[in-house]
Design a protein around this ligand. Sequence first.
Ligand code: ADP
Length: 224
Amino acid sequence: MANATPGKAAILMFGPPGSGKGTVSKVLMARFGTPHVSTGDMLRENVQAGTELGRQAKAIMDSGKLVSDELVNRLADERIRRADCAGGLILDGYPRTIEQGQVLMQLLAELGLEPVVVFLDVDYNIIIRRLTARRSCPKCGAVYNLESKPPKAGGLCEADDTPVAIRDDDREEVIRQRFLNYERQTQPLVDFFAGKVKRFFRVTVGEGSPQENSERVVQTLLNG
Ligand code: ADP
């Protein structure tokens, strides 16, 4: 059911890898009826489809590093300008660097969208546990977790019976690299945004279920 989105907002889901940005974003999309734009999903779609862009991005993604600002900014700009984002959207995994943040702030100002930041704060040990248990469907992208949301018997996707797989960048040594990048390149955006946006929410997500954590974010956005 669509609900009143808080203003013409671009909700920026922000937090370390594995903090649940994607899961929460999907819940927000269902509640507010606005599109969910994930640069990670868009990049993976390009890898899957074997595009030139996908070929460029694959090796970088598999090593846990960030794809270049130039490439991601282009991908995001093209997507955010589409008509379905005019009334608001949820951005997941973008921006991830100060440079991306600057480009995005300009674009949102041009389009008349208000940036609303949701920072998901989560303990490192919880992240490692979650990401090593994460599986996803290579065909439809549905996300599972061996502990909290297992796939069907035999490890099959509930939607299309495809065997679920571990993401190439969800191996433990790569997770550590992604986390380091996050601390170095993405965390500085907290200060960047704190001085620039009117609505900035820090939501601590812990051991609770994805539904509980998502609901906490929904309530924060509606009441904050
Ligand atoms: P997670 O948040 O769990 O790390 P994502 O699906 O958001 O996963 O991203 C997976 C990978 O895609 C990243 O490690 C990075 O290589 C690339 N990527 C996604 N979004 C961006 C971005 N905004 N800037 C640079 N690289 C990105």
